[in-house]
Design a protein around this ligand. Structure first.
Ligand code: 1CP
Length: 342
């Protein structure tokens, strides 16, 4: 019996799509909050293999999702490259910034990352043995552009201004930063696959702020390089790419990068994606996460409309972005029921 997620990623059109949810392990779940408190803080949770595996499993136990996503964060890679990383409660991540040659020179090399990241591989290893046999295990990393936006700015930004400035003022340095992250990402994801991840997702949350040649250079090319190298090492590994808010650049993204599945956000409709993206393979998405807060008939109607719109080809049901802390867990159960009965 092949797992439902793996079948969809292989291009199979299924009567009912596999379902999982971005940030499915998270603050909307009381059991997550309890485990995080036990770990002490968010980063300690990420680096504690037993507890990170536990929070990964919580939404599987509660909801029976078809896939589990490793519990970690995209900002662990900058930390492994030598950036300082901490989280300010109520505000989000903070990092030491990379804006000059001197900052860049202080970064570690790709070979250094495993010292920091080995607990993550252990989490994957635990999960590969603990998950129900029908549940697929997804590894992940941030895409180089998105990771770079945090490394340059030292925090999350609305418009990714600092990264755009560095890219435009010192493209040579910016390219070397992107290359370093790209190479680290290849090694990081390879270790996750060796530890038991069955597919990997590359999160380019800020791809939508790149235009024209910049989109090609910093969203498309790094994804292509990562996927090419992963497939050379693991020929059967399916890869999910998420160039969030790429708009019309979603068209042809799978073909251009070699991704097996493209995840779409809420700025495009499922009907549009069926016509323009699903022609090249599997599509993942794209219920608005606000429905997980508001619930009701609108949630059921929209979940079923998306399921039906993408039913003519390979589809993985998901949200268009992560579930938010104010979501009601009961709405998650309602969503799953709506999709499976559509
Ligand atoms: O308080 C907490 O418990 C921390 C909240 C939290 C969680 C649950 C953060 C901080 N990261 C995570 C886990 C996480 N992050 C996962 C785990 C698997 C899952 O259940 O989905 C994944 C895949 C991520 C990926 C991630 N981290 C992205 C890409 C996806 C996206 O949401 O766009 C990004 C941009 C981050 C950075 C990050 N980490 C955490 C926060 C609050 C942020 C966003 C910061 C910002 O832009 O201001």
């Amino acid at each position: 019996m092949t797992k439902l997620l793996m079948r969809a990623l292989a291009g199979e059109t299924l009567p009912t799509p596999p379902i999982w949810m971005m940030r499915q392990a998270g603050r909307y779940l009381p059991e997550y909050r309890a485990t995080r408190a036990k770990a002490g803080d968010f980063l300690s949770l990420c680096y504690n293999p037993e507890l990170a595996a536990e929070v990964t499993l919580q939404p599987i136990r509660r909801f029976g999702f078809d896939a589990a996503i490793l519990f970690a964060d995209i900002l662990l890679v900058p930390q492994a490259l030598g950036a300082d990383l901490w989280f300010v409660t109520g505000e989000g991540p903070r990092l030491s910034t990379i804006t000059t040659e001197a900052d860049f020179a202080k970064l570690g090399t790709v070979d250094d990352i495993h010292d920091t990241l080995s607990p993550i591989y252990e989490t994957v290893n635990i999960l590969s043995q603990a998950l129900p046999k029908e549940t697929a295990l997804i590894g992940f990393a941030g895409a180089p552009w998105t990771v770079a936006t945090y490394m340059v700015a030292g925090k999350g930004t609305k418009d990714q201004g600092p990264a755009h400035m560095l890219k435009d003022e010192n493209r040579d340095l910016f390219v070397r930063l992107i290359d370093r992250i790209t190479d680290a990402t290849i090694e990081y994801l390879s270790k996750q696959v060796e530890a038991g991840a069955e597919t990997v997702k590359i999160f380019d949350s800020w791809a939508g702020s790149l235009r024209g040649q910049d989109f090609d250079d910093f969203a498309l090319e790094p994804a292509k390089k990562i996927i090419k190298e992963l497939k050379a090492r693991f020929p059967d590994l399916p890869v999910i790419a998420f160039p969030r808010e790429a708009g019309d650049r979603y068209i042809g993204f799978a073909k251009a990068t070699g991704a097996d599945c493209v995840a779409i956000d809420n700025s495009v409709s499922a009907e549009w994606a069926a016509k323009n993206v699903q022609v090249d393979g599997c599509v993942q998405g794209n219920l608005a996460s606000s429905h997980m807060v508001t619930g009701g008939q609108a949630l059921v109607d929209e979940a079923q409309a998306i399921t039906r719109a993408l039913r003519g080809g390979p589809h993985v049901f998901n949200l268009g972005h992560g579930i938010t802390p104010d979501a009601d867990p009961d709405n998650v159960a309602r969503m799953i029921e709506a999709v499976r009965s559509a």
